[in-house]
Design a binder for this molecule. Structure first.
Ligand SMILES: *[C@@H]1O[C@H](CO)[C@@H](O)[C@H](O)[C@H]1NC(C)=O
Ligand SMILES: *[C@@H]1O[C@H](CO)[C@@H](O)[C@H](O)[C@H]1NC(C)=O
Ligand SMILES: *[C@@H]1O[C@H](CO)[C@@H](O)[C@H](O)[C@H]1NC(C)=O
Ligand SMILES: *[C@@H]1O[C@H](CO)[C@@H](O)[C@H](O)[C@H]1NC(C)=O
Ligand SMILES: *[C@@H]1O[C@H](CO)[C@@H](O)[C@H](O)[C@H]1NC(C)=O
Ligand SMILES: *[C@@H]1O[C@H](CO)[C@@H](O)[C@H](O)[C@H]1NC(C)=O
Ligand SMILES: [Zn+2]
Length: 502
């Protein structure tokens, strides 16, 4: 990463001014340069950190660097899978990456050449095709009957007719299309795991952060009224402490298993039918029809993602990359917040196993009302507060609460000190809050995209207006927009939480 280059700069400073520890962190600079001059942090925090201009922003820069870095990770897995990957692309994707069954045209045109040059070979190929499809053949699949036709164009019309019956376009626009896209994606995702292999060290830091947040939350749970009222400490705390980070190998091994299975089926098909190379696409088509549909894990690691599949949690490489930025308060607001959000999912509706369904209408209403109010104040498109977003809204609020806890435990009073190297007098607390917005930056109108999450502008501003440490860090006046957008204070966890759960 930036280490070498900036290490030299730091070293230079050291020589010139002896003990000055100031060094420039390019990521800090990027955040500072990206801040809006017009929109203040207390007006619209998200747009203060992520103004809609064309300045490069951290996540975009980081993602682009990561993607170009990935191109260097092809050594371990690629050779084995390279051939089938390029073969499938060649036969089933157009130049514009549209899925197509054009392989039938490619085979036909090869067959035509063979028909014109080697009639005996052509006839033996017709027999192979026929046996491959149906034994005994029926109707248009009986292609060997055309071996008598002298005119190769006429003979090929017959073959093409058989192809279009057996590989209809609408099939390729449906199920097979989905499988082809999964197959292509599986290869891309494999590279990410190679990258992961070389960055394993970073998972240790993650692990410690997760551990710390789990411990903080377990203590808070013990003080939480609904836990005590229902005498749940002995049940809920252990449930919570099962949380752990899945090793990404799990996903990688699934992909490798899938690809090896694919190759195995393909090889068998080619061998069983004694197919020449020009028929390889037929075996690919067969395998694509048969192969299992891949799940969630296949797209895993293709972007900025984190997931709670209680008790296991997974974090994609970009989240790992963030943890290598050497700014402790940034780490708390970015990685710490993402980890806390995922942990929060086990608390809010205990994902996948809601065995303690004691809902508090009070908290649910409070959380939903807060997001609704932020919609009114900050929306940049359609905005509605539906119940299916409650889990993520609650997890976001929980995570914001944890940012404060981590800031206080790691920095204490120093949280209001300036970040080392700042040119805009940014304090540690401010940088932590900025970091949480930075990782969700959008340079286009931020609009709701799914049933689980509000638009990023609403997500960030909602939780910041609820956070007393945010108000203090930026000294927001009560009549500022961010503060006016605050609903009543919501308590997810801890001694102020309601007597019944959430
Ligand atoms: C990729 O590898 C090449 C050759 O080793 C190197 O010059 C280049 O800097 C690497 N790219 C990245 C993004 O690491
Ligand atoms: C389809 O195959 C034909 C015959 O090989 C080829 O000329 C054409 O460019 C292909 N079309 C696409 C969209 O790949
Ligand atoms: C709470 O539960 C524990 C065991 O889970 C039990 O020993 C204890 O008596 C219970 N306390 C109350 C007040 O019910
Ligand atoms: C951290 O690593 C230890 C040792 O591998 C493991 O037992 C623990 O579950 C991990 N913690 C988390 C939160 O993943
Ligand atoms: C909570 O809200 C639900 C749905 O609005 C309602 O059916 C239920 O009675 C409420 N519970 C309490 C304790 O108010
Ligand atoms: C940072 O603080 C110093 C000392 O209070 C002040 O002189 C300077 O103008 C401030 N810089 C910015 C960019 O606010
Ligand atoms: Zn979530």
């Amino acid at each position: 990463m930036q280490v070498n280059f900036y290490f030299h700069i730091a070293f230079l400073f050291f020589l010139i001014s002896c003990c000055s520890s100031s060094y420039v962190n390019r990521y800090l600079k990027m955040i500072e340069n990206g801040l809006s001059e017009e929109i203040g942090p207390c007006d619209n925090f998200f747009r203060h950190v992520c103004p809609m201009d064309d300045k490069p922003y951290l996540m975009k820069v980081l993602t682009d660097e990561y993607i170009s870095d990935l191109l260097n990770y092809t050594k371990t897995y690629e050779p084995k899978y390279m051939k089938i990957n390029s073969d499938v692309r060649k036969h089933f994707l157009t130049a514009k990456f549209q899925v197509s069954n054009n392989f039938t045209n490619i085979i036909s045109s090869n067959l035509k050449t063979i028909c014109e040059t080697n009639r005996a070979e052509f006839n033996s190929y017709l027999k192979k095709l026929e046996n491959f499809w149906d034994k005994p053949c029926i109707g248009s699949t009986c292609v060997s009957q055309i071996s008598e036709i002298e005119d190769c164009d006429r003979a090929l019309d017959f073959v093409k007719n058989a192809f279009s019956g057996i590989y209809p376009s609408d099939e390729f626009a449906g199920l097979v299309e989905k499988k082809i896209r999964e197959f292509i994606l599986a290869h891309q995702v494999l590279r990410n795991y190679e990258w992961y292999d070389e960055h394993r060290g970073s998972y240790q830091k993650f692990n410690e952060t997760a551990q710390e947040i789990i411990e903080i939350s377990s203590k808070l749970l013990e003080d939480t009224p609904w836990v005590n009222r229902l005498n749940l400490t002995n049940i809920f705390v252990p449930y919570f402490e099962q949380l752990h980070i899945y090793k990404p190998e799990l996903f990688r091994d699934n992909i490798i298993k899938y690809l090896d299975g694919f190759i195995g089926k393909y090889d068998k098909c080619m061998e069983d039918n004694a197919f020449p190379e020009i028929f390889s696409a037929l075996c690919y088509a067969n395998v694509l029809r048969e192969v299992e549909t891949l799940d969630l894990w296949i797209t895993w690691n293709a972007g900025f993602q984190a997931l709670n599949m209680h008790p296991g949690m997974v974090f994609s490489n970009i989240v790992v990359l963030l943890s290598q930025i050497n700014l402790p308060s940034f780490y708390i607001g970015s990685v710490g917040k993402v980890v806390a959000h995922e942990i929060g999912h086990s608390l809010i509706i205990s994902k996948n196993q809601d065995f303690i369904p004691y809902y508090s209408n009070e908290t649910t209403k409070c959380v939903q009302n807060q997001f609704e109010k932020s919609c009114e104040y900050f929306q940049e498109g359609k905005c509605d507060t539906i119940y299916s977003r409650y889990d993520d809204n609650g997890a976001d609020l929980f995570a914001s609460f944890i940012i404060s806890e981590l800031l206080n435990s790691h920095f204490g009073a120093d949280k209001n000190n300036l970040v080392e190297g700042t040119t805009k007098n940014i304090t540690n607390a401010q940088l932590a809050f900025m970091a949480s917005a930075t990782v969700l930056c959008e340079k286009v109108p931020s609009v709701t995209q799914d049933l689980e999450h509000h638009a990023n502008v609403v997500r960030i501003n909602s939780i910041m207006s609820q956070n007393a440490d945010f108000k203090e860090a930026f000294n927001c006046p009560d009549n500022s927009k961010m503060m006016l957008a605050k609903n009543e204070q919501c308590h997810i966890i801890g001694k102020d939480a309601p007597i019944s759960r959430f």
